[in-house]
Design a protein around this ligand. Sequence first.
Ligand code: GAL
Ligand code: ZN
Length: 672
Amino acid sequence: MARLGVDYYPEQWPRARWEQDADLMAEAGISIVRIAEFAWSELEPSPGTFAFDWLDEAIDLLAARGLAIVLGTPTAAPPAWLVEAHPEILPRRADRRLHGFGHRRHYCPNQPAMHAATRRIVAALGEHYGKDERIEAWQIDNELMGRCTCDACLARFHDWLRGRYGSIDALNESWGTVFWSQRYDDFAQVPLPELGQVPPYGFGREAPSPSLALDYRRFTSDSHIAFLRLQVGELRPRIGPQQRITTNLMGFKFAEIDYHALSAEIDVVAWDNYPLLDPTGRWSSPALAADAMRGLKRAPFWVLEQQTGAVGWEVLRTPRRGQMRLHSYQAIAHGAELVSYFRWRTARFGTEQHWYGVLDAHGRPGRRYHELAELGRELEQVAGALDGAEPVSVAALLHDYDSRFALQIQPTNPSLGYEETVQRHYEAVRRLGVGVDVLAPTAPLSEYRLVVAPNLYVVDEALAAALHGYVEAGGTLVLAPRAGVKDRCNVVPELPFPALLAGLAGVEVVDVASVLDADPVQFAGVDGGPDGAFHGWYEQVEPAADARALAIYEDGEFAETPAIVSHPVGDGRVLYVAGAADQATLDRLYRAVAPEAGIAVAELPDGVECIQLRGAETLLVLLNHADEERDVPLDGGRRDLLAGVDHDRSIRLAPFGVAVLAPVRAAIGAEK
Ligand code: GAL
Ligand code: ZN
């Protein structure tokens, strides 16, 4: 059963209060506490002098009430004495501004002095707590992120390039440095790119080589991963085998670190879930994040920070009543084994005074505390059924960091935004009640009936071959515009787009149109294809002899040419969508395509999410994200395990309501 936890900062409260906190947690059914991830100055008040007594005491009190501990390494907040002795650890951001003391994350992951101080505190914590059975896991640092352009980073970048290219000639060749006289004689001449802000769709004053910029992105990602690895290296030999190592990632939206690469270094994937941080508030946003996190190891994950109350540092946004529970069920249904609420008690001081926790700053149990306790009781009720149940996914969505980084560097057209495009395709499939695994393009795909690749901008031969194999064996692949536009060095291949994928897609792009603030261009479905519209980005494609149009442009420059093309390959087929499609268009497209791929689809009212889980029995979790009642049709009798009521033809969900339904006879969504 999913366990509930809280993020607790005993160092921010008087000792006299700790016992009461621990009692209240235990009474609310909390079973795990994350602790100490910013407490460096309290754990090591001066260089090499450790003060673990307070943490021992806090852990004693918590553990005495059966609470397990996730212990943070405190490196996200280097203390003043360290910055004073080694000001060089402060990171220089991409615009060359120094990120000073007084906030957090004020360190460069490549600075030797930071490494030494990190090794010392992490080793000391490992020595002290590594064999402590009450510690269940370690959280390394906190939300690794941040770019740095300091001299240590520059030197490391040169080493990194040497490792990747071997010789400067190979780099020159791969990057095309003949352009603008950028040929290097030595790795030492390569600069770090100026990457303040990508100017919105104009010519940047500082427009670095796209190849240099992409490698800098990769290098930044690798630098954080190396810093994580350094800490794992200190912990691993000191900890018992029952202690797991993780770090709190940031879901799907965050795009500075290749989480596919990072997740190989940790034992369990964990992330922070703040649904209200998406200003659109759409339900598919935390759903996509959860599926992306589950896809990293194709395994259940932990949520180490779950939104509780209002979010915001300066300006607040409050969840509606019922949303804390709803978002918790959403996380659990998508694969969370642990949901830990940020934070136990609202801070009285510091930057996050207005980031509301389970308790208010005054410390008396109120509405959120009681809701959490109620949720714990409910979860116990459905524990038997939910135990070991995992989401059923017949579709996969490919998420590729190289493509994402490269598109950040050259956004091309606002309608092609990586995150937004992925989100729209994902939502269109999920609206059908179909489960989606969000995976690296290198993941094995044969078990999926449908593979969606909304943004495969960077492609190499191995990937093209793997996708070919998938389709040939019977899979359905959806490709969208700008597939295959770059190679791994961010250089354009000498082939018509989608270049290495052209044979598979059965199209060649013969012309493109990029329009800002465009009116939609309509297209009409043929042969069962969907009607729809593109906005901003349009391609004119020439289909191969064995391909056929599923839709034809009705107006615009490419009127009467194909807007969507279907290409049979072996036992499967590829769809190529030749423009930036809006949500309604994608909804219609997948509603047409999924059944043809052998996937059963559901009719779900607006705002209702349906997740199918397979455990001891097959369950449906229905989540009403709307603030109005919704009637959901059922295709057979089901029992709502939460309400303990049977339903025949349909179920009425309250605003923000949840139902866990068993058993399922004719399942919504096909079996894998
Ligand atoms: C997270 C972070 C927490 C806290 C929270 C609310 O990103 O890990 O430490 O800052 O946001 O702001
Ligand atoms: Zn640096």
